[in-house]
Ligand binder design. Sequence first.
Ligand code: EPU
Length: 303
Amino acid sequence: MRINDSKLIAAIGALGVEYKPGVSLAEKTSLGIGGTSDMLVIQNHDSLPELVRLLRESKAPYRFLGGGSNVLLPDGELPWVILQLARRDPDITFEGNSVLVDCAADLGRTVTTCAKHDLGGMEGLIGVPGTVGGALRMNAGAYGTQIGTHVREVRVFRGSTGRIEILRGPEINFEYRHTSFASDDIMLSVRLELPSKPYSEILQGIRICNEKRRASQPLNQKSAGCIFKNPPGGSAGRMIDELGLKGHHVGDARVSDRHANFFVNAGHATAADMLALIADVRKRVRERYGVELEEEVIVWKDA
Ligand code: EPU
């Protein structure tokens, strides 16, 4: 969406928020899919309540984009202004076993920085692309680790109240790839409590997870990780593989040859291609197994 109101643009600038007109969002996502929109980059978290108030007053719909690694954005001109947090420096601060992390921080770098301070527990998350905020929203997990396990408190902008609030760990529900955060909540920073572990031991764990991931996932291709959640007790990847669908494609949206629950953009895939592939695979799994697969990737649709 383009902001055509010069007064609004000036008011946004006065808040210290960076205005970027007509951004190509495909470049902001790991799938390399998405149309264009105006983007607002938030330098100071405390400007968010006023920024959102201004946008709502101007009837300018907005959406928040984190690291762009687990989303499928629509093609063409998007019907929302896109908000994103600027990266802070420093974005990780240590107080004993407690670590304060800015939600715009890169997840992998957070894992390795904590390791250098002899703080472990997040080894399995190495190689999960995206920001710490994105990992929190989905309760990202791999190889037996889930980020939610380590959360002590989260500073969050709540769309429902228009205010910044602090939520303690027990107030947040972390489940398999799901949390109790509302879709219009914007995570700002998180305090993690991590177990002490010698650096060498953490490094060993990181190496093992990296090897497993390299052996089973298409890391050098554009993807959003797993497309579907695993159904209870089952494996979406195995079912899609058993149906012989590796390499199956709609345009350049393709089921990975390496891991069948990864759908890759093998060239110039559009959102329409990817959505058609998702619908086709879901239908085939339903017909063969009687299982309705649920998307793990967040698909941006009109509200
Ligand atoms: N399998 C196949 N064919 C395939 C893919 C998998 O037969 O094409 C089989 C494997 O051999 C294995 C089983 O299916 O027996 C499970 O596969 P894998 O170990 O690769 O794990 P997954 O359940 O497919 C989950 C997460 C991944 C995470 C890995 C490692 C989900 C939806 N996926 O994958 O997370 O990296 O475990 O812990 O929970 C993501 O969230 O985007 C993601 C990739």
